[in-house]
Design a protein around this ligand. Structure first.
Ligand SMILES: Cc1ncc(C[n+]2csc(CCOP(=O)(O)OP(=O)(O)O)c2C)c(N)n1
Ligand SMILES: [Mg+2]
Length: 327
């Protein structure tokens, strides 16, 4: 990769997006601890470079399918912080009128087709989106995010096979954070890299440092170009790590099943700190400008928090609305 090909504007945009995800989720963690959020809460802290590096290659009319750990993907794709925060708090002003919550945010206006609590379920949905793009004959693409655990479901294998056979414009982005809940990678896989599975389905693949936003950006860029040119899907494995527990109720942030040393080593690779140091060291941003960006982001998060807290819960009758009833 030639770093000179990436403009300073793009680097700053990446930094802002990653920091927005981080600060948004730090706020969510606080609100969850205060008992203001119903349901479970899976945070993306540590993995921001994957969502941002990937989505910076997407247009507004491209699509994303996401997971139970989806806030980062939604923000990176341009989701509205207020509507996201309201949805997470179960409020009527949220993306799904407060009925979906953290794991089920949908934002069609920016191409977020689904988040889902069912591991691997976004994969066949992305294949359906890819087929729709092909039938409509547009040059859109779909980025499909999923975890290492999800890559051991049948949906992964069936989905990738069909996407390959039909040469669909889907970029399969595996966020290998080395754990599926408390199960470590080595106990669930007899291979070193998930990306090798692409060969079994005849598609292109890449392995990338998921803690490096530029590396993710460059690799996804190539896959997006191939997909737009009708050359079919790619499987990109991003090696990453979550800094918090599987969910916010995970005792000791996952230290019951992973070591403090391991966590500390990965935290040294914090993608946001890494990019910030680069921006300062190469003179792109001064410390003062960095502080201003932080303040700007904090103000947006505060605005979203106030909007969500001051919004009403949906009325009881709303439970009967927006349902698909099979006949
Ligand atoms: C089909 C299915 N099986 C099991 C679960 C329970 N479950 C929730 S999250 C999860 C682990 C997912 O791991 P991974 O795909 O690596 O994503 P990560 O949480 O690490 O981001 C499991 C097994 C589920 N939600 N759906
Ligand atoms: Mg995982």
């Amino acid at each position: 990769m030639n770093p000179n090909l990436i403009s300073n504007e793009l680097l700053i945009e990446m930094y802002k997006k990653m920091l927005t995800i981080r600060r948004f989720e730090e706020k969510i963690a606080q609100l969850f601890a205060q008992g203001l959020i119903p349901g479970l809460m899976h945070l993306y802290i540590g993995e921001e470079a994957v969502a941002v590096g990937a989505c910076m290659n997407l247009r507004k009319d491209d699509y994303v399918t996401s997971t139970h750990r989806g806030h980062g993907h939604c923000i990176a794709k341009g989701g509205d912080l207020k509507k996201m925060m309201a949805e997470i708090l179960g409020k009527a002003t949220g993306y799904c009128k407060g009925k979906g919550g953290s794991m089920h945010i949908v934002a069609p206006e920016v191409g977020i087709v689904c988040c889902t609590g069912i591991a691997g379920a976004g994969i066949p949905i992305a294949v359906g989106v890819g087929l729709s793009i092909k039938l409509r004959n547009t040059d859109q693409v779909c980025a499909c995010f999923f975890g290492d655990g999800a890559s051991n479901t049948g949906a992964f294998h069936e989905g990738i096979n069909l996407a390959s056979v039909w040469r669909l414009p889907v970029i399969f982005i595996c966020e290998n954070n080395y754990y599926a809940i408390s199960v470590p990678f080595v106990k669930a896989f007899n291979i070193k890299d998930i990306a090798v599975r692409a060969q079994g389905y005849g598609i292109a693949s890449a392995i990338v440092d998921g803690m490096d936003v530029l590396a993710v950006y460059e690799e996804v860029k190539k896959a997006v170009q191939r997909a737009r040119a009708g050359m079919g899907p790619t499987l990109i494995e991003c090696k990453t790590y979550r800094f918090r527990g599987h969910h916010e109720g995970d005792p000791k942030m996952g230290l019951m099943y992973r070591s403090e040393d391991e966590l500390r080593e990965w935290m040294k690779k914090d993608p946001i700190v890494k990019l910030k140091m680069r921006l300062i060291n190469d003179g792109t941003l001064s410390e003062r400008e960095i502080n201003e960006i932080e303040k700007e982001i904090d103000a947006k998060i505060k605005e979203a928090e106030e909007f969500a807290i001051n919004s009403p819960y949906p009325p009881l009758d709303a439970v009967k609305e927006d349902l698909f009833i099979g006949g």
